[in-house]
Structures are given as C-alpha cells and as structure tokens.
Design a protein around this ligand. Structure first.
Ligand code: SAM
Ligand code: SF4
Length: 326
C-alpha cells in the first residue's frame, strides 16, 4: 500500500477530522464563554464531500481517523457519517473524541456504526467545579460515560487537562475513579491555542510533577499502550489502570508526529501548533476528480512543519482548539 511520508521522513497515517467547530460546553481553556463566531454550515463539507476526502487519504496510506470537533455529537447523524467512513478501503481504525454530554443517547448507534474507541474529556469529578470549568452538568457526562461502557467501548480513555489551582488537587481522585470503572486515564498539559488557551497557559502544570506526585502514592510501571499517539504510558501496579501523559510543552513529541487535521470546512492543518494549511473545499466544489484531490493532499503533506513552537511563540496560533479538534 502507498505511504504518505512528510519532508522529515514521518509516515502520516492518521487524520483528525473536526466535523463541527460548535460545542454545547464552554471549557474555559478551549472556547470563550459567549463565543458565537462559528463557521456557517454551508461552508462545512457535507458527508459525501468528507467521504471523498477521507477516501483519498485512505488511498494514500491513512488508516486511522478520529472524529472530533468542537463537540462532534452536536452535528446531526454522526453515526451515519461514521458508518460511511468505516466502510472506506484502508480505514482500519475509527475513533471519537467527545465531551460525552450526548453519549447516553448515541453510544449504541456509534458502536454499531463502527467506532471502536472513544476518548472523553473530564476535568473534574466535582459538580460545582465541573460547571465552573465547562458551564455544563457533570451528571450528563457521567451517564454518557456509563452508556459508552455498557455499549461495549473499550478502551474508554478519560482526558483530563490539569490546571494549577483549578483541578490539580483532583489528580489522585481521577486515578481512583478510573480504576473503579476500568477507564484509561490521560493527563494533558494546557496548550496556548487561541485567546482561551493563552490565558490557560497561566494555569500550566508540568506533568513531570504530576508523575512524581503519583509515584509517591502508587507504584508506576513504565510501559506502552497501543494508540499510535503522543501519550507516554505507565501502569499502576496491582491494577489494570494505564495512565498516559500528554506533554506537548514539557517534552514535545513532534519527531514521531503521524497526523494531520481536517476542519469542518475542509481545510487541512498540517500541525496543531502552526498555521500551515491547505483548503480542499474550493477544489471539491469546483469539481476536482479523485486524482486532483490526492495531488492536493500530497502537496499539503509536503508542507508539514517539523514541529510546533508553543514554548518559543505561544502567541502564534490564534485559532481555537475547537476548530482543529485537539
Ligand atoms: N469536544 C470534544 C472533547 O472535549 O473531547 C473533542 C474536541 S476537544 C477540542 C479535544 C481535546 O482538546 C479535549 O481533550 C480538550 O481537553 C483538549 N483541549 C482543548 N483546548 C485545549 C488547550 N488549550 N490545551 C490543552 N488541551 C486542550
Ligand atoms: Fe467543547 Fe471539547 Fe472544547 Fe470543551 S474541550 S469546549 S467540550 S470542544
């Protein structure tokens, strides 16, 4: 099979597909509270256009797709899109990142549509604090999580953005919660994306410190976990719990980057921390054939930057995380 290789010799086999930039929550490190400046749906690729683009990526060697957003489940008929993408040649792994507020309704249909793995954002287990961070209701998320477990998703990964003075005192509670429910846990460092991410930068916690804190209470066994992503994992001795540390700032992982991002309006972003992009929508709507699409994707990959510069140029990325989906 063909492989997509970027200028730094990295095989690109993973696309993060943002299906909407809208969200029913307002996590304060991601989206501003009153934020309304969303893309118009008319600009969004429809399912047939998405299918064509992902089909082209698949022919070029991409095997893994993650649906993300914004909140992917606020877009209608995501199970239908999932089953169309799962049926494409070469697409072996279809996963979803969600805030889980709507999972209680959709978990079963998503599973049947061919989504195998899900990641759920959860930054606090305290209802009041959860509301302060997200403007949403914790109980919705918890019932969504339980519905996902009942629908047979495994692993279910909990993503917790650790913030100083906000939720860093809940790290051990989250470990216990994940042991109890059989979830995998990943801690994430805040990234300076958009104005919200920039202010969250003030709450930055170096995850090396969290790891040291956990090591005082638990025996941590270094190990790997399949996922192909940037998390470095440990297992807690005597349990099945795996904990990943996603450390874009304290230990960046750009040398093994295997992914690009596609936004709802059909723009390929080559790096989460850079502005390099290529818009596919004008091509698609001008009647480009499959070969033209593949050539455009190859041209985009040829522009993939070597690494992000979150530390050197934290003000550089003005777009919000909800646009490119993390
Ligand atoms: N709405 C879904 C969710 O929350 O999982 C998917 C999209 S969300 C943008 C994807 C991930 O990005 C979440 O785990 C979220 O915590 C993370 N994220 C958003 N803004 C961030 C920031 N400034 N720094 C670090 N992680 C961020
Ligand atoms: Fe929405 Fe996810 Fe951003 Fe939170 S992190 S505001 S749930 S897109």
């Amino acid at each position: 099979m063909q492989q997509l290789i970027d200028p730094f010799g990295r095989p690109i086999e993973y696309v993060r597909l943002s299906v909407t930039d809208r969200c029913d929550l307002r996590c304060n490190y991601c989206m501003p509270k009153g934020f309304r400046d969303f893309e118009e749906p008319e600009q969004w690729l429809d399912f047939t256009e998405i299918e064509r683009v992902i089909g082209a990526f698949g022919r070029l060697g991409v095997t893994r797709i993650r649906l993300t957003g914004g909140e992917p489940l606020v877009r209608h008929n995501i199970p239908e899109l999932a089953s169309r993408l799962a049926a494409l040649p070469n697409i072996e792994d279809l996963s979803l990142s969600t805030n889980a507020t709507r999972l209680d309704k959709h978990a079963q249909a998503l599973r049947q549509a061919g989504i195998s793995r899900i990641n759920v954002s959860l930054d606090s287990l305290r209802p009041e604090r959860f509301r302060e961070i997200t403007q949403g209701r914790l109980e919705k998320v918890l019932s969504g999580l339980m519905a996902a477990r009942d629908a047979g998703f495994a692993p279910i990964k909990i993503n917790m953005v650790v913030m100083a003075g906000v939720n860093d005192d809940e790290v051990e509670d989250m470990v216990e919660f994940c042991i109890e429910h059989g979830f995998t846990l990943r801690f994430i460092e805040t990234m300076p994306m958009g104005s919200t991410g920039a202010s969250a930068g003030r709450q930055y916690v170096n995850l090396q410190d969290v790891r040291r804190q956990l090591a005082r209470r638990f025996e941590l066994i270094p190990g790997v976990m399949h996922g192909g992503g940037p998390a470095r994992y440990v297992r807690i001795a005597g349990t099945e719990l795996r904990i990943g540390f996603i450390t874009p700032i304290s230990q960046h992982f750009c040398d093994t980057c295997n992914r690009v991002r596609l936004t709802a309006d059909g723009t390929i972003y080559l790096c989460l921390g850079q502005n390099d992009k290529l818009e596919l929508r004008p091509l698609l709507r001008a009647g480009a054939g499959d070969h033209d699409l593949e050539q455009a994707i190859l041209a985009a990959i040829a522009r993939k930057p070597e690494r992000h510069e979150f530390s050197e140029k934290p003000e550089q990325v003005v777009r919000f995380m909800s646009m490119t989906g993390g």
